[in-house]
Design a protein around this ligand. Structure first.
Ligand code: FES
Length: 192
């Protein structure tokens, strides 16, 4: 299944009336996808809420894949090889850059950061991957459904007066510069 045609499918059956999020995880063939495979063969359970999309490298994740995924899912995860382990040299660093950019775009649309997360997982880290999936499912469950269509409609630029939000954007940029979020700090380290 290609990322562009992936469909997250129906949510798992709700238990006790609780919300069951649908989460799409882009995985790298060489590490996180194998970690998920390892988790399965070792009978380490992770929630059925997470649907995997296998790519050859996290660097293959196009921003359009992520935006399309949000049309069907309540959250999106990017996973890939640890720095220096990417089979295609520095493509995972490029993926990190794209993640930072996309997260800012999503935040500006009012999408909570818990709905777009990333982490590394080597092929041997099935247990860690399952634990991360568990954590993210719980965080997204607490947020409730995404309502992408409603939020997307509210973000239509023509509905925004020219110049609106400039002050907020500047304040957010200054706050980020003063205390860089973890992904920004990590990018500065791996590219230093
Ligand atoms: Fe796994 Fe690049 S090959 S992230």
């Amino acid at each position: 299944m290609s990322a562009t045609t992936a469909h997250a499918g129906a949510a798992p059956a709700a238990k006790d009336g609780r919300f069951e999020p649908v989460i799409l995880a882009f995985t790298c063939n060489w590490c996180s996808y194998r970690a998920a495979d390892l988790a399965g063969t070792a009978r380490m359970k992770y929630p059925p809420n997470v649907r995997l999309v296998r790519l050859m490298c996290s660097g293959r994740v196009d921003p359009a894949f992520v935006m399309r995924a949000f049309a069907d899912a309540d959250a999106v995860i990017l996973t890939g090889c640890w720095p220096a382990d990417c089979h295609y040299r520095i493509q995972n660093v490029k993926a990190l850059r794209r993640f930072i950019l996309l997260r800012r775009v999503l935040e500006s649309m009012g999408i909570e950061p818990q709905r777009f997360q990333r982490f590394y997982a080597s092929a041997a880290e099935g247990q860690q991957l399952a634990a991360e999936f568990d954590r993210i499912v719980e965080e997204v469950r607490a947020l409730g459904p995404l309502d992408w269509a409603g939020r997307h409609a509210a973000f239509v630029p023509s509905a925004t007066p020219p110049g609106a939000g400039v002050g907020e954007a500047r304040a957010a940029a200054e706050a980020r510069a003063a205390a860089p979020p973890p992904a920004e700090r990590e990018l500065a380290e791996v590219t230093a």
